[in-house]
Design a protein around this ligand. Structure first.
Ligand code: ZN
Length: 290
């Protein structure tokens, strides 16, 4: 069976009220990187954060974080473009352009969300939205520009899909030659009142898989924003998919607020139970043809 690529979504914009182990600073990201690599991770997806946990949009903070990760590991780095449309397309990728100037820090993967979604969370108990005006907007014009810029920089775009139609747009970008094969597609399941993606259920995953273009070579992976990924992760492991887990998405009270490395250990253990080995970063590079 093909080896399993474990990606870790280490921090996103998670605060520490649910789990104190969310890494924010470059030093913390560097230490977490070493621990998840030892546990079996191949890819690290990270957001630069300020000392108090606030989002950072400074290229210098991305360089510091990438340097800390690279100093201790050979992990494939996948920095975010951020979920907030800060000042236009070029502004959203300026840290990727900066990182690509440093050969050892060049991101190998960058996820682009190939569609738009409402990202307000609904509070079932209170019967109201916690916010009601948050739209994560990604026009095709923006997506094509990102793909062209990344091709110039030698960075691989990841198709990040919140629902079936995101995958249809991703397939169109592949059809145009803007995303090379094998593509790496992140199937984003959503729980915790976030309604823009499929639920983390068998039906949610199967709906994604039914939208994967049959005539394209795609390696797919699963994550779950604001919810427990394990039910879907187990199905992905069995079905030949990959797993993207992390404290950025969910604090895992089921596992008594674990560290990121403990989540990787659990995923690797489940994979080995059914005879699937985990990929090293170099083996993941080979699977994804990076
Ligand atoms: Zn992210």
């Amino acid at each position: 069976m093909k080896k399993l690529i474990i990606e870790v979504r280490v921090n996103e914009y998670a605060m520490r009220d649910g789990n104190v182990h969310v890494p924010w600073t470059a030093d913390e990201l560097g230490r977490d990187a070493v621990a998840i690599r030892q546990a079996g991770a191949a890819v690290i997806h990270f957001h630069a954060r300020q000392d108090d946990g606030a989002p950072s949009f400074e290229s210098a903070d991305y360089v510091a974080a990438a340097r800390a990760i690279r100093n201790g590991t050979d992990l494939i780095m996948s920095p975010t473009l951020g979920q907030i449309n800060v000042g236009g397309d070029q502004e959203r990728i300026k840290h990727i352009v900066e990182l690509a100037q440093h050969p050892s820090l060049k991101p190998e993967l960058v996820a682009i969300d190939t569609g738009s979604a409402n990202i307000d969370r609904y509070d079932v108990a209170a019967k109201k939205f916690m916010s009601a005006d948050k739209v994560y907007e990604n026009s095709h014009e923006t997506l094509m520009l990102f793909c062209e810029e990344f091709a110039r920089l030698g960075v691989r775009p990841v198709i990040s899909a919140w629902n079936g139609p995101f995958l249809r747009s991703g397939a169109a970008l592949m059809d145009m030659g803007l995303i090379p094969e094998p593509a790496y597609a992140l199937l984003v399941h959503c729980e915790g009142g976030l309604l823009g993606g499929h639920p983390a259920t068998t039906a949610g995953l199967e709906a994604f898989l039914s939208h994967l273009p049959a005539d394209r070579q795609i390696e797919w992976t699963v994550c779950c924003k604001h919810g427990n990924l394990f039910p879907v992760a187990m199905q992905a492991i069995i079905s030949g998919g990959h797993v993207s887990i992390g404290l950025g998405d969910y604090d895992y009270p089921e596992l008594q607020q674990p560290k990121n490395a403990a989540l990787v250990t659990e995923v690797a253990r489940l994979a080995r139970l059914i005879g699937r080995e985990v990929a090293t970063p170099d083996e993941a590079r080979a699977i994804l043809n990076l």
